[in-house]
Design a protein around this ligand. Structure first.
Ligand code: GDP
Ligand code: IMO
Ligand code: MG
Length: 423
C-alpha cells in the first residue's frame, strides 16, 4: 500500500493539524517525518482546541498508530509537556505512539546555541522559534548528534556531556550575552529523558515497511511548509529540514516509488511568521483584517503572523516541487467580507514579467502582479456542502484549480473538525 503525504505549501501554519485529524479516520498510521517543536499543529473538536508540536495529529483517533519518524528532532522537555497536556484524554500513549530510534535529540544547549546565533545575527536574524532546530540538524549532518536510540545504552550521559561541553564552548565564540542556568536546564532535561524512555522506541523504517506490506494505510504528516524548505525555500529564512515531499522519503525511510497521493494544503491567502521576503505581504487594513479575523498568531510562539494575498507563483512552485496530486484550501471563511480579492499571478522581476519563483524574491527586485477578483459577503462557517457556496467563492476555487492544474478536494470553512467540506 502506498504512503500518502500531507504537506504545507506556503510558509507553514496552513492548517495541517486540522486536516490530518480529519483524514485520520481513513488511515491506520500517521507518521511525522521532519521538523520538531518549532511546529504547532492545531486541532479543534468537541469544543476543545489542542496544539501539538512533535506528536502526530492522529493521536486523538482510536485505532490509529502515531509515529515520530527518524527525520524529526525531539526535545524531551517539550515532548513531556505535550504528553502532560494529553493526560486529560486518557489515551494509552505507550501503545499508540512509537518513536524512531534514529530521531535526533534536541539538547538544552542546542536551544542556547539557537538563541546565541540569532542574537549574533542582529537585524539579519531568521526569526527562529528558538527551539534548537537549526543547531540540532547541524549536529545531525555534522555527525555529532545524539539520537533516541542512544538512550538505550548505558553510556548516553557521557556522550551527552561531551556534546554539551562542546556546545558551551561554541556559545562562548558567539560573544553575545545569553543568560542561562545550565545545571537547572540539565536537571529538567534528564528528568524528561527518563519519561521519554518509558515510551516505545522502534526501528521505524522497518515498522513502516512491514505495515506497507500488510496493506496498512499510512499518512505522512509534514511540518512547516514548502517555502521554509532548507533547499527550496526562501533561504536563509527557512527551517533546517526538507519540508517537501522528498523529506518524507528520508524522514521515514519510505522509497520514492512507494509514495501515493500528495495532498497539498494552502490558505486562501498567505501568512508568514518570522523574517524573510514575502512578496504579497499587506501592510494595510486588509492585512490587518486577515490577521484579526484569521486569528493569525503563532501556535508555538504566539507571534503575530504577517498576512497577504494568495501568491499563485509561489504556490505553483510548491505544487511542482512536491508533485501535489490534490489540494486543500483552508480558511476561505476569513476572506468573507472583502469587496475585492487579489491573487498574485506573476511577478515583475527586475523589469521583466515572470511566472516562476526566481532565486531572490526580496522586494527590491520584485513586485507582484495581481488579478482582481470579486469577494463574497456570506458567512461560510456554517456551510456544510459546496452547493451552499457563494458564486464568487466558486469562481475563486475554479480559477485556482485552473491555474494550478490540480483539483481542490477539501475546502475548510472554520477551525473545527466538522467545518470541512469535501468536493
Ligand atoms: P498547522 O501548523 O499547519 O497545523 O496550522 P496552525 O495550527 O499553526 O494554524 C492554523 C490555524 O488556523 C489554527 O488556529 C487552526 O485552528 C485554524 N484553522 C484551520 N483551518 C481553518 C479554517 O478553515 N478557518 C479558520 N477560520 N481557521 C482555521
Ligand atoms: P508549522 O508546522 C510557521 C519559521 C520560523 C522562522 C523559520 C525558522 O506549525 O507549520 P526554526 O525554529 O525552524 O529555526 O525557524 O521558520 N517556522 C514556522 N513558521 N509554521 C511552522 O511550523 C514553523 N516552523 C518554523 O518562524 O521564520
Ligand atoms: Mg503551525
Amino acid at each position: 500500500m502506498a504512503v500518502d503525504l500531507l504537506l504545507g505549501l506556503q510558509w507553514g501554519d496552513e492548517g495541517k493539524g486540522k486536516i490530518v485529524d480529519v483524514l485520520t479516520q481513513d488511515y491506520d498510521i500517521i507518521a511525522r517525518f521532519q521538523g520538531g517543536p518549532n511546529a504547532g499543529h492545531t486541532l479543534e473538536f468537541d469544543g476543545i482546541k489542542h496544539v501539538l508540536h512533535t506528536i502526530p495529529s492522529g493521536i486523538f483517533h482510536k485505532g490509529a498508530m502515531n509515529i515520530v519518524g527518524n527525520g524529526v528532532v525531539i526535545d524531551p522537555v517539550i515532548f513531556q509537556k505535550e504528553l502532560d497536556n494529553l493526560k486529560q484524554f486518557n489515551l494509552d500513549i505507550k501503545s499508540i505512539l512509537l518513536i524512531s530510534r534514529k530521531a535526533h535529540l534536541i539538547l538544552p544547549t542546542h536551544r542556547l546555541l539557537d538563541a546565541a546565533s540569532e542574537t549574533a545575527k542582529g537585524k539579519a536574524k531568521i526569526g527562529s522559534t528558538l527551539k534548537g532546530i537549526g543547531p540540532t540538524y547541524m549536529d545531525k549532518t555534522g555527525r555529532n548528534g545524539m539520537r533516541v536510540g542512544d538512550l538505550e545504552f548505558s553510556d548516553w550521559k557521557e556522550k551527552y556531556r561531551i556534546l554539551a561541553d562542546k556546545h558551551e564552548a561554541m556559545i562562548g565564540f558567539y560573544n553575545v550575552d545569553i543568560q542561562y542556568d545550565l545545571p537547572e536546564l540539565e536537571a529538567e532535561f534528564f528528568k524528561a529523558v527518563e519519561a521519554l524512555k518509558e515510551l516505545t522506541f522502534i526501528d521505524s523504517e522497518e515498522y513502516l515497511f512491514k505495515a506497507q506490506k500488510e496493506g496498512k494505510k499510512i499518512l505522512a504528516e509534514g511540518a512547516q511548509g514548502s517555502l521554509l524548505d532548507i533547499d527550496f525555500g526562501t533561504y536563509p529564512f527557512v527551517t533546517s529540514s526538507n519540508t517537501t515531499a522528498a523529506g518524507a522519503c528520508t524522514g521515514l525511510g519510505v522509497a520514492p516509488n512507494q509514495i501515493g497521493d500528495v495532498k497539498g494544503i494552502f490558505k486562501a491567502y498567505t501568512t508568514r511568521v518570522g523574517s524573510g521576503p514575502f512578496p504579497t505581504e499587506l501592510f494595510d487594513a486588509d492585512g490587518e483584517t486577515m490577521g484579526r479575523v484569521g486569528n493569525e498568531f503563532g501556535a508555538t510562539t504566539g507571534r503575530a503572523r504577517r498576512c497577504g494575498w494568495l501568491d499563485l507563483v509561489a504556490l505553483k512552485y510548491a505544487v511542482q516541487i512536491n508533485g501535489v496530486t490534490e489540494l486543500m484550501m483552508m480558511k476561505g471563511d476569513v476572506l468573507s467580507g472583502f469587496k475585492k480579492l487579489k491573487v498574485c499571478t506573476s511577478y515583475n522581476y527586475k523589469g521583466e514579467t515572470i511566472t516562476h519563483l526566481p532565486y531572490n524574491i526580496e522586494a527590491e527586485n520584485l513586485t507582484p502582479i495581481y488579478k482582481e477578483m470579486e469577494g463574497w459577503n456570506e458567512d461560510l462557517t456554517k456551510m456544510t456542502s459546496e452547493d451552499q457556496f457563494p458564486k464568487a467563492l466558486n469562481e475563486y476555487i475554479l480559477f485556482l484549480e485552473k491555474e494550478l492544474e490540480v483539483p481542490i478536494k477539501i475546502v475548510s470553512v472554520g477551525p473545527d473538525r466538522t467545518q470541512t467540506i469535501h468536493r
